[in-house]
Design a protein. Structure first.
Length: 462
Protein backbone atom coordinates (compact mmCIF):
# COMPACT_ATOMS: atom_id res chain seq x y z
CA UNK A 1 0.00 0.00 0.00
CA UNK A 2 1.10 3.58 -0.52
CA UNK A 3 0.08 6.53 1.59
CA UNK A 4 1.02 10.19 1.80
CA UNK A 5 0.91 12.45 4.82
CA UNK A 6 0.35 15.87 3.27
CA UNK A 7 2.37 18.24 5.39
CA UNK A 8 4.13 21.21 3.83
CA UNK A 9 7.50 22.28 5.20
CA UNK A 10 8.75 25.80 4.51
CA UNK A 11 12.39 26.25 5.42
CA UNK A 12 13.54 29.86 5.19
CA UNK A 13 16.26 31.87 6.78
CA UNK A 14 14.95 34.06 9.58
CA UNK A 15 17.04 36.90 8.23
CA UNK A 16 16.75 36.44 4.48
CA UNK A 17 14.28 35.14 1.95
CA UNK A 18 16.95 34.26 -0.61
CA UNK A 19 16.33 30.52 -0.28
CA UNK A 20 13.19 28.66 0.82
CA UNK A 21 12.61 24.91 0.46
CA UNK A 22 9.04 23.66 0.28
CA UNK A 23 8.42 19.92 0.67
CA UNK A 24 4.71 18.94 0.61
CA UNK A 25 5.08 15.49 2.22
CA UNK A 26 6.43 14.26 5.53
CA UNK A 27 6.19 10.54 4.82
CA UNK A 28 5.79 8.21 1.83
CA UNK A 29 4.95 4.54 2.30
CA UNK A 30 4.86 1.54 0.02
CA UNK A 31 5.06 -2.25 0.28
CA UNK A 32 6.70 -4.04 -2.63
CA UNK A 33 4.64 -7.04 -3.70
CA UNK A 34 6.96 -9.68 -5.16
CA UNK A 35 6.91 -10.90 -7.95
CA UNK A 36 4.47 -8.28 -9.32
CA UNK A 37 7.05 -5.65 -8.35
CA UNK A 38 10.81 -5.96 -8.21
CA UNK A 39 11.36 -2.31 -7.26
CA UNK A 40 9.52 0.84 -6.29
CA UNK A 41 10.14 4.46 -7.18
CA UNK A 42 9.58 7.15 -4.55
CA UNK A 43 9.26 10.70 -5.90
CA UNK A 44 9.80 13.64 -3.53
CA UNK A 45 8.63 17.01 -4.85
CA UNK A 46 10.61 20.09 -3.83
CA UNK A 47 9.90 23.77 -4.57
CA UNK A 48 12.04 26.89 -4.27
CA UNK A 49 9.74 29.55 -2.80
CA UNK A 50 12.54 32.06 -2.38
CA UNK A 51 13.84 34.71 -4.73
CA UNK A 52 17.30 33.29 -5.53
CA UNK A 53 18.70 30.02 -6.88
CA UNK A 54 19.10 27.20 -4.35
CA UNK A 55 21.14 24.01 -4.58
CA UNK A 56 19.50 21.08 -2.78
CA UNK A 57 21.40 17.93 -1.87
CA UNK A 58 19.66 14.77 -0.54
CA UNK A 59 21.23 12.40 1.99
CA UNK A 60 19.67 9.02 2.64
CA UNK A 61 20.20 6.97 5.82
CA UNK A 62 18.74 3.80 7.27
CA UNK A 63 18.88 1.57 4.16
CA UNK A 64 19.14 -2.02 5.48
CA UNK A 65 21.99 -4.27 4.45
CA UNK A 66 21.17 -6.17 1.27
CA UNK A 67 18.68 -3.61 -0.03
CA UNK A 68 19.45 -1.71 -3.22
CA UNK A 69 18.70 2.00 -3.15
CA UNK A 70 19.62 4.16 -6.15
CA UNK A 71 18.73 7.69 -7.06
CA UNK A 72 18.95 10.97 -5.24
CA UNK A 73 21.12 13.56 -6.92
CA UNK A 74 21.23 17.32 -6.49
CA UNK A 75 18.59 19.80 -7.60
CA UNK A 76 19.39 23.30 -8.79
CA UNK A 77 16.13 25.25 -8.54
CA UNK A 78 15.39 28.72 -9.82
CA UNK A 79 13.02 30.97 -7.83
CA UNK A 80 9.53 29.49 -7.98
CA UNK A 81 10.77 26.33 -9.69
CA UNK A 82 9.69 22.85 -8.66
CA UNK A 83 11.83 19.73 -8.93
CA UNK A 84 11.70 16.07 -8.06
CA UNK A 85 14.14 13.83 -6.22
CA UNK A 86 13.74 10.12 -6.97
CA UNK A 87 14.84 7.07 -5.00
CA UNK A 88 14.32 3.53 -6.30
CA UNK A 89 14.36 0.57 -3.91
CA UNK A 90 14.93 -3.05 -4.92
CA UNK A 91 14.56 -5.83 -2.37
CA UNK A 92 15.21 -9.54 -2.92
CA UNK A 93 13.23 -12.43 -1.37
CA UNK A 94 16.39 -13.67 0.38
CA UNK A 95 16.83 -10.36 2.21
CA UNK A 96 16.30 -10.73 5.96
CA UNK A 97 14.93 -7.23 6.60
CA UNK A 98 11.41 -6.87 5.21
CA UNK A 99 10.44 -3.48 6.61
CA UNK A 100 12.39 -0.27 7.22
CA UNK A 101 12.00 3.46 7.66
CA UNK A 102 14.55 5.27 5.52
CA UNK A 103 15.29 8.92 6.19
CA UNK A 104 15.96 11.42 3.39
CA UNK A 105 17.42 14.75 4.52
CA UNK A 106 17.19 17.58 1.96
CA UNK A 107 19.44 20.57 2.60
CA UNK A 108 20.68 23.68 0.87
CA UNK A 109 24.35 23.24 -0.05
CA UNK A 110 24.97 26.92 0.67
CA UNK A 111 23.42 26.66 4.12
CA UNK A 112 23.24 23.05 5.38
CA UNK A 113 21.26 24.13 8.45
CA UNK A 114 18.34 24.83 6.14
CA UNK A 115 16.88 21.37 5.62
CA UNK A 116 13.76 19.20 5.46
CA UNK A 117 13.33 15.53 6.28
CA UNK A 118 11.13 12.99 4.51
CA UNK A 119 10.55 9.46 5.80
CA UNK A 120 10.28 6.61 3.31
CA UNK A 121 8.53 3.64 4.89
CA UNK A 122 9.42 0.64 2.72
CA UNK A 123 8.09 -2.88 3.10
CA UNK A 124 8.41 -6.15 1.23
CA UNK A 125 6.13 -9.17 0.94
CA UNK A 126 5.75 -12.08 -1.43
CA UNK A 127 2.58 -13.45 -2.96
CA UNK A 128 1.62 -16.34 -5.22
CA UNK A 129 -1.15 -15.01 -7.47
CA UNK A 130 -3.77 -17.68 -8.19
CA UNK A 131 -3.58 -19.04 -11.73
CA UNK A 132 -7.23 -18.86 -12.60
CA UNK A 133 -6.98 -18.41 -16.36
CA UNK A 134 -5.51 -20.40 -19.25
CA UNK A 135 -3.41 -19.43 -22.24
CA UNK A 136 -3.09 -22.08 -24.91
CA UNK A 137 -2.19 -22.15 -28.54
CA UNK A 138 0.11 -23.35 -31.25
CA UNK A 139 3.50 -22.21 -32.58
CA UNK A 140 4.04 -22.56 -36.34
CA UNK A 141 6.74 -21.90 -38.92
CA UNK A 142 5.80 -18.70 -40.78
CA UNK A 143 7.25 -19.91 -44.09
CA UNK A 144 5.89 -23.46 -44.17
CA UNK A 145 2.98 -23.39 -41.71
CA UNK A 146 4.32 -26.52 -40.04
CA UNK A 147 4.29 -26.90 -36.24
CA UNK A 148 7.44 -26.13 -34.27
CA UNK A 149 8.14 -28.71 -31.59
CA UNK A 150 10.08 -27.79 -28.46
CA UNK A 151 9.54 -24.03 -28.72
CA UNK A 152 9.87 -22.31 -25.36
CA UNK A 153 7.07 -20.06 -24.17
CA UNK A 154 7.73 -17.92 -21.10
CA UNK A 155 5.17 -15.70 -19.36
CA UNK A 156 6.45 -12.74 -17.33
CA UNK A 157 4.79 -10.15 -15.14
CA UNK A 158 5.09 -6.42 -15.89
CA UNK A 159 8.03 -6.45 -13.46
CA UNK A 160 9.90 -8.73 -15.92
CA UNK A 161 9.93 -11.47 -13.29
CA UNK A 162 8.94 -14.99 -14.29
CA UNK A 163 5.37 -16.20 -14.02
CA UNK A 164 5.47 -19.59 -15.76
CA UNK A 165 6.76 -21.35 -18.86
CA UNK A 166 6.12 -24.33 -21.13
CA UNK A 167 7.35 -26.01 -24.30
CA UNK A 168 5.36 -26.98 -27.34
CA UNK A 169 4.58 -30.65 -27.98
CA UNK A 170 5.47 -32.44 -31.26
CA UNK A 171 2.41 -30.83 -32.90
CA UNK A 172 3.37 -27.32 -31.74
CA UNK A 173 0.70 -27.01 -29.02
CA UNK A 174 1.17 -25.52 -25.55
CA UNK A 175 -0.95 -24.75 -22.48
CA UNK A 176 -0.19 -22.42 -19.56
CA UNK A 177 -2.08 -21.59 -16.37
CA UNK A 178 -1.73 -17.89 -15.53
CA UNK A 179 -3.26 -15.25 -13.21
CA UNK A 180 -6.36 -13.79 -14.80
CA UNK A 181 -6.80 -10.14 -15.73
CA UNK A 182 -9.34 -9.80 -12.91
CA UNK A 183 -6.89 -11.21 -10.34
CA UNK A 184 -4.14 -8.85 -11.46
CA UNK A 185 -6.52 -5.88 -11.39
CA UNK A 186 -7.57 -6.73 -7.83
CA UNK A 187 -3.96 -7.05 -6.62
CA UNK A 188 -2.84 -3.83 -8.31
CA UNK A 189 -5.75 -1.94 -6.76
CA UNK A 190 -5.36 -3.44 -3.29
CA UNK A 191 -1.61 -2.79 -3.05
CA UNK A 192 -1.41 0.41 -5.16
CA UNK A 193 1.15 -1.20 -7.44
CA UNK A 194 2.86 0.75 -10.17
CA UNK A 195 3.05 -0.58 -13.69
CA UNK A 196 0.47 -2.47 -15.71
CA UNK A 197 -1.71 -5.44 -14.63
CA UNK A 198 -0.79 -7.34 -17.78
CA UNK A 199 1.42 -10.23 -18.86
CA UNK A 200 4.30 -10.41 -21.32
CA UNK A 201 4.93 -13.58 -23.34
CA UNK A 202 8.19 -14.61 -25.05
CA UNK A 203 8.47 -17.22 -27.81
CA UNK A 204 11.84 -18.78 -28.61
CA UNK A 205 12.85 -21.70 -30.81
CA UNK A 206 16.22 -22.76 -32.18
CA UNK A 207 16.68 -21.51 -35.72
CA UNK A 208 13.87 -18.94 -35.45
CA UNK A 209 13.67 -15.23 -34.70
CA UNK A 210 12.58 -14.12 -31.25
CA UNK A 211 8.93 -13.07 -30.91
CA UNK A 212 6.94 -11.56 -28.04
CA UNK A 213 3.47 -10.34 -27.09
CA UNK A 214 2.88 -7.52 -24.59
CA UNK A 215 -0.18 -6.34 -22.64
CA UNK A 216 -1.68 -9.85 -22.57
CA UNK A 217 -4.79 -10.33 -20.43
CA UNK A 218 -6.68 -13.59 -20.00
CA UNK A 219 -10.17 -13.64 -18.46
CA UNK A 220 -10.88 -15.51 -15.22
CA UNK A 221 -11.99 -19.08 -15.78
CA UNK A 222 -11.55 -18.83 -19.53
CA UNK A 223 -8.95 -19.76 -22.15
CA UNK A 224 -7.08 -17.29 -24.34
CA UNK A 225 -6.15 -19.02 -27.61
CA UNK A 226 -3.09 -17.90 -29.55
CA UNK A 227 -1.68 -18.88 -32.92
CA UNK A 228 1.92 -17.70 -33.23
CA UNK A 229 4.12 -17.79 -36.32
CA UNK A 230 7.90 -17.66 -35.93
CA UNK A 231 10.12 -16.55 -38.80
CA UNK A 232 13.13 -18.74 -39.63
CA UNK A 233 16.50 -17.04 -39.21
CA UNK A 234 17.79 -16.39 -42.71
CA UNK A 235 21.31 -15.28 -41.86
CA UNK A 236 23.45 -16.20 -38.90
CA UNK A 237 26.14 -14.00 -37.47
CA UNK A 238 29.29 -15.52 -36.12
CA UNK A 239 32.00 -13.97 -33.99
CA UNK A 240 35.44 -15.26 -33.13
CA UNK A 241 37.16 -14.32 -29.91
CA UNK A 242 40.29 -12.37 -30.81
CA UNK A 243 41.70 -12.12 -27.28
CA UNK A 244 40.80 -11.82 -23.63
CA UNK A 245 42.65 -10.47 -20.64
CA UNK A 246 41.84 -10.67 -16.94
CA UNK A 247 41.60 -7.61 -14.70
CA UNK A 248 42.31 -7.50 -11.00
CA UNK A 249 39.79 -7.64 -8.22
CA UNK A 250 36.70 -5.90 -9.60
CA UNK A 251 34.34 -5.78 -12.57
CA UNK A 252 34.70 -3.83 -15.80
CA UNK A 253 32.42 -0.81 -16.18
CA UNK A 254 33.40 0.60 -19.56
CA UNK A 255 35.78 -0.02 -22.49
CA UNK A 256 36.54 2.84 -24.91
CA UNK A 257 38.68 2.44 -28.07
CA UNK A 258 40.63 5.14 -29.86
CA UNK A 259 39.23 6.12 -33.25
CA UNK A 260 41.68 3.83 -35.05
CA UNK A 261 41.25 1.01 -32.49
CA UNK A 262 44.99 0.96 -31.80
CA UNK A 263 44.29 1.65 -28.12
CA UNK A 264 41.55 0.36 -25.80
CA UNK A 265 41.04 1.99 -22.39
CA UNK A 266 39.25 0.13 -19.59
CA UNK A 267 37.93 1.29 -16.21
CA UNK A 268 36.68 -0.80 -13.29
CA UNK A 269 33.33 -0.30 -11.58
CA UNK A 270 30.06 -1.94 -10.57
CA UNK A 271 26.78 -1.03 -8.96
CA UNK A 272 28.11 -1.58 -5.45
CA UNK A 273 25.66 -1.97 -2.56
CA UNK A 274 26.40 -2.72 1.06
CA UNK A 275 25.99 -6.40 1.79
CA UNK A 276 26.00 -7.32 -1.92
CA UNK A 277 28.98 -5.87 -3.76
CA UNK A 278 31.22 -3.50 -1.82
CA UNK A 279 33.41 -1.28 -4.00
CA UNK A 280 37.12 -1.43 -3.13
CA UNK A 281 39.16 1.57 -2.01
CA UNK A 282 41.24 1.28 -5.20
CA UNK A 283 40.65 0.17 -8.78
CA UNK A 284 42.74 0.30 -11.94
CA UNK A 285 42.73 1.90 -15.35
CA UNK A 286 44.04 -0.40 -18.11
CA UNK A 287 45.34 0.33 -21.60
CA UNK A 288 45.54 -2.46 -24.20
CA UNK A 289 46.61 -2.45 -27.82
CA UNK A 290 44.50 -3.95 -30.59
CA UNK A 291 46.11 -7.37 -30.07
CA UNK A 292 45.22 -7.46 -26.37
CA UNK A 293 48.70 -6.67 -25.11
CA UNK A 294 48.61 -4.82 -21.81
CA UNK A 295 50.38 -1.49 -22.37
CA UNK A 296 50.01 -0.22 -18.82
CA UNK A 297 47.75 -0.06 -15.76
CA UNK A 298 47.36 2.66 -13.17
CA UNK A 299 45.80 2.55 -9.71
CA UNK A 300 43.19 5.17 -8.78
CA UNK A 301 41.08 5.92 -5.70
CA UNK A 302 37.68 4.21 -5.63
CA UNK A 303 35.86 2.82 -8.65
CA UNK A 304 35.50 4.50 -12.04
CA UNK A 305 32.44 4.84 -14.25
CA UNK A 306 34.03 7.44 -16.54
CA UNK A 307 36.71 6.96 -19.17
CA UNK A 308 37.48 8.42 -22.59
CA UNK A 309 40.26 8.44 -25.20
CA UNK A 310 41.19 11.59 -27.12
CA UNK A 311 40.41 11.42 -30.85
CA UNK A 312 44.10 11.08 -31.80
CA UNK A 313 44.69 8.43 -29.12
CA UNK A 314 47.33 10.50 -27.35
CA UNK A 315 45.48 10.82 -24.01
CA UNK A 316 43.25 8.79 -21.72
CA UNK A 317 40.99 10.50 -19.17
CA UNK A 318 39.10 8.90 -16.31
CA UNK A 319 36.96 10.02 -13.40
CA UNK A 320 36.53 8.27 -10.07
CA UNK A 321 33.94 8.01 -7.32
CA UNK A 322 36.50 9.67 -5.05
CA UNK A 323 35.82 12.93 -6.91
CA UNK A 324 39.08 12.81 -8.85
CA UNK A 325 39.86 13.03 -12.54
CA UNK A 326 43.07 11.85 -14.21
CA UNK A 327 44.59 12.40 -17.65
CA UNK A 328 47.37 10.07 -18.82
CA UNK A 329 49.52 10.02 -21.91
CA UNK A 330 49.31 7.12 -24.33
CA UNK A 331 52.38 5.69 -22.59
CA UNK A 332 50.76 5.83 -19.16
CA UNK A 333 52.41 8.96 -17.75
CA UNK A 334 50.12 11.08 -15.57
CA UNK A 335 49.83 14.45 -17.32
CA UNK A 336 47.52 16.12 -14.79
CA UNK A 337 44.74 15.44 -12.33
CA UNK A 338 42.13 17.32 -10.32
CA UNK A 339 40.58 16.65 -6.94
CA UNK A 340 37.01 17.92 -6.58
CA UNK A 341 37.01 16.81 -2.97
CA UNK A 342 33.82 15.48 -1.38
CA UNK A 343 31.68 16.91 -4.18
CA UNK A 344 30.54 13.52 -5.40
CA UNK A 345 31.66 11.02 -8.06
CA UNK A 346 32.91 12.15 -11.45
CA UNK A 347 30.64 9.97 -13.58
CA UNK A 348 31.54 11.22 -17.05
CA UNK A 349 34.56 12.66 -18.87
CA UNK A 350 34.50 13.57 -22.55
CA UNK A 351 37.18 14.94 -24.89
CA UNK A 352 36.11 17.45 -27.53
CA UNK A 353 36.30 16.35 -31.16
CA UNK A 354 39.51 18.36 -31.57
CA UNK A 355 41.03 16.78 -28.45
CA UNK A 356 41.81 20.29 -27.14
CA UNK A 357 39.26 20.24 -24.29
CA UNK A 358 37.97 17.85 -21.64
CA UNK A 359 34.50 18.22 -20.13
CA UNK A 360 33.61 16.71 -16.76
CA UNK A 361 31.73 17.32 -13.53
CA UNK A 362 31.77 18.06 -10.67
CA UNK A 363 34.66 20.51 -10.51
CA UNK A 364 36.49 21.78 -7.41
CA UNK A 365 34.15 24.81 -7.53
CA UNK A 366 31.49 22.77 -5.80
CA UNK A 367 28.91 20.02 -5.94
CA UNK A 368 26.88 20.06 -9.12
CA UNK A 369 29.28 22.06 -11.29
CA UNK A 370 30.18 21.05 -14.84
CA UNK A 371 33.42 22.40 -16.25
CA UNK A 372 35.68 22.57 -19.28
CA UNK A 373 39.42 21.95 -19.00
CA UNK A 374 42.38 22.49 -21.26
CA UNK A 375 43.26 18.88 -22.13
CA UNK A 376 47.01 19.63 -22.33
CA UNK A 377 47.53 21.69 -19.18
CA UNK A 378 44.56 20.83 -16.94
CA UNK A 379 43.63 24.50 -16.59
CA UNK A 380 39.95 25.03 -15.75
CA UNK A 381 38.54 27.26 -18.50
CA UNK A 382 35.02 27.65 -17.14
CA UNK A 383 32.62 26.09 -14.66
CA UNK A 384 28.83 26.32 -14.38
CA UNK A 385 26.54 25.29 -11.55
CA UNK A 386 24.01 22.59 -12.44
CA UNK A 387 22.64 19.54 -10.69
CA UNK A 388 24.99 16.57 -10.34
CA UNK A 389 26.26 15.75 -13.84
CA UNK A 390 25.76 12.21 -15.18
CA UNK A 391 26.35 12.51 -18.94
CA UNK A 392 27.96 14.94 -21.40
CA UNK A 393 28.07 15.05 -25.21
CA UNK A 394 29.66 17.38 -27.76
CA UNK A 395 27.65 18.59 -30.75
CA UNK A 396 28.79 17.27 -34.15
CA UNK A 397 30.47 20.58 -35.02
CA UNK A 398 32.19 20.73 -31.62
CA UNK A 399 30.81 24.17 -30.74
CA UNK A 400 28.29 23.12 -28.08
CA UNK A 401 28.36 20.89 -25.02
CA UNK A 402 25.26 19.14 -23.65
CA UNK A 403 25.21 17.98 -20.03
CA UNK A 404 22.60 15.70 -18.45
CA UNK A 405 21.94 16.18 -14.75
CA UNK A 406 20.28 14.66 -11.72
CA UNK A 407 18.07 17.77 -11.54
CA UNK A 408 15.96 16.50 -14.48
CA UNK A 409 17.52 18.89 -16.98
CA UNK A 410 19.78 18.98 -20.00
CA UNK A 411 22.05 22.03 -20.19
CA UNK A 412 23.61 23.21 -23.46
CA UNK A 413 26.68 25.49 -23.37
CA UNK A 414 28.83 27.17 -25.97
CA UNK A 415 32.61 26.85 -25.88
CA UNK A 416 32.94 29.81 -23.51
CA UNK A 417 30.61 28.33 -20.90
CA UNK A 418 27.58 30.46 -21.72
CA UNK A 419 24.29 28.66 -21.14
CA UNK A 420 22.46 28.55 -24.47
CA UNK A 421 19.52 26.32 -23.63
CA UNK A 422 18.15 24.13 -20.85
CA UNK A 423 15.62 21.36 -21.40
CA UNK A 424 13.29 19.98 -18.74
CA UNK A 425 12.60 16.22 -18.52
CA UNK A 426 10.59 14.07 -16.16
CA UNK A 427 13.55 12.49 -14.38
CA UNK A 428 17.30 12.48 -13.97
CA UNK A 429 19.13 12.55 -17.32
CA UNK A 430 21.57 9.66 -17.62
CA UNK A 431 22.37 9.85 -21.35
CA UNK A 432 22.50 12.63 -23.95
CA UNK A 433 23.21 12.52 -27.70
CA UNK A 434 22.99 14.85 -30.69
CA UNK A 435 21.48 14.14 -34.07
CA UNK A 436 24.09 14.00 -36.90
CA UNK A 437 23.20 17.50 -38.08
CA UNK A 438 23.11 18.95 -34.54
CA UNK A 439 19.51 20.13 -34.86
CA UNK A 440 18.06 17.78 -32.24
CA UNK A 441 19.08 16.56 -28.81
CA UNK A 442 18.06 13.24 -27.26
CA UNK A 443 17.99 12.71 -23.49
CA UNK A 444 17.22 9.52 -21.62
CA UNK A 445 16.82 8.35 -18.05
CA UNK A 446 14.51 6.45 -15.69
CA UNK A 447 12.74 4.61 -18.47
CA UNK A 448 11.96 7.55 -20.80
CA UNK A 449 13.57 9.08 -23.87
CA UNK A 450 13.01 12.72 -24.86
CA UNK A 451 13.70 14.36 -28.23
CA UNK A 452 14.08 18.17 -28.31
CA UNK A 453 14.64 20.57 -31.17
CA UNK A 454 17.18 23.37 -30.92
CA UNK A 455 14.54 25.86 -29.71
CA UNK A 456 13.86 23.64 -26.69
CA UNK A 457 10.51 22.30 -27.88
CA UNK A 458 9.79 18.70 -26.92
CA UNK A 459 9.20 16.89 -30.20
CA UNK A 460 8.38 13.48 -28.76
CA UNK A 461 8.98 11.20 -25.80
CA UNK A 462 8.97 7.43 -25.42
Amino acid sequence: MISLLLTTFLLCSAFSTYACIEVPVEKLSHTLLYPLERSYRFVISVKNTGDEVIHIHPEVTGVPQGWICVGGGDLLLQPGEEGKIVFVFTIFPSTKTKQADVTVALYDVRDPSRRATVMLSVGFTTITPPRDATISGRVLDSSTGKPIAGAKIKVLYWSALDCCEARTDPDGYFTLKVPSAETLDELYDAYSLRGSPTLFIEFRAEGYEYYSLSDVRASRGKTLNLEVYLAPIKAKRSYELAWKQPVEGYGIWKCVPSQDWSLIAVCQGEHGFEGLTTPPDETRIYAFDINGTLLWKQTIDKESWAIDVSPDGSKIASGSHAGKAYVWSRDGDLLWSIDAGPQGPIREVKFSHSGQYLALGPTPNGRGYVGLYDADTGALLWSYETGAIIAVAWSPDGTKLAAGSWDNKVYVFDGQGNLLRSYETGGSVEAVAWSPDGSKLVAGGYGKVYVFDWQGELLRSY
